[in-house]
Design a protein around this ligand. Sequence first.
Ligand code: NDP
Length: 331
Amino acid sequence: TREIHLASRPTGWPTEDNFAVVTTELPALSAGQVLVRNVFMSVDPYMRPRMNDVKSYVPPFQVGEPLDGGAVGEVVESQVDGLTPGDLVVHGLGWREHAVLDNPRKLDPVPGVSVSHYLGVLGTTGLTAYVGLLDIAGFRPGDAVFVSGAAGAVGSVAGQIARLRGASRVVGSAGSPEKVALLTERLGFDAAFDYHEGHLYRQLSAAAPDGIDVYFDNVGGDHLEAAIGALHDYGRVALCGSISAYNAAEAPPGPRNLGLAVGKRLTLRGFIVTDHGDRFRDMAREVGGWLASGELVAEETVVEGGLDAAVTAFLGMLRGENTGKMIVHFD
Ligand code: NDP
């Protein structure tokens, strides 16, 4: 079987040369284990900072070792009661064609729901959006909400949850005119803008002329600065990610107007989704309900080609080639 290793640590933007496809032998199965063939795998922004040799909330990837990440696998061989070949499991050993799993979690997909959504809107992506907006930013009906990275996986769900939970206005930023059109025409955002097209604070003020109560931050840097400028007193920010800095060779400066947070009595709160597994059921019930009723659109970009397409898909996601969740499909 084959898997993808980190061949070298990227400096700045990663390239195909930082990765290597390696052929390996599968270990024999022990009691309690299953062998799966991966069907879908996730490529995520957080994988980029994990390629740096720095201490963080997850240990860094190691040079010469396989990468890992969210995946859905189909059981090929099983030493676990209740799991038989053909069953699906959600697990953390993506970036490889086959995986031997110790504590497999069986997936019982709801009929009519694409299996890939369990890596997106009905998985970690959905939970991140749900917890970030409702628990971390303390969203309340009537809030005006700004979401950056709004056409991406987390952003597209966060903005839709805000709309469905009764936001007074939902504004999004994204990286192309097509994405802006997706936000306003398909996902129900009240206004959206392309952050390449001008001064961020001015664009945000035009899209949210009465200001904002909540900012869902996927981007950091200049987006966070613009949001601090637009937030009302007692405004709340969920610090979800800072993708604008992930490929920077040197850390960019922080928001220059952070001092405004004092007078505005702002709350800026970071979070990591894996601490919030206790909210998974609530998310699955509410988001699953909106998905079933058609009120929430599960946007995703599925790249065909399995392992051979995985690195290209990952690099493409960092450059913004995805709308919604970026997923790799194995044939
Ligand atoms: P996305 O689907 O949003 O993909 C990344 C997107 O980022 C790209 O499509 C691109 O869209 C945008 N982007 C890339 N570079 C820049 C830039 N310089 N400025 C603005 N936008 C940029 O990924 P996810 O939804 O999976 O993740 C979104 C954020 O949420 C990330 O910061 C991620 O790290 C974070 N996250 C945090 C979690 C947590 O537990 N705190 C859990 C999961 C995700 P565009 O064309 O618009 O530029």
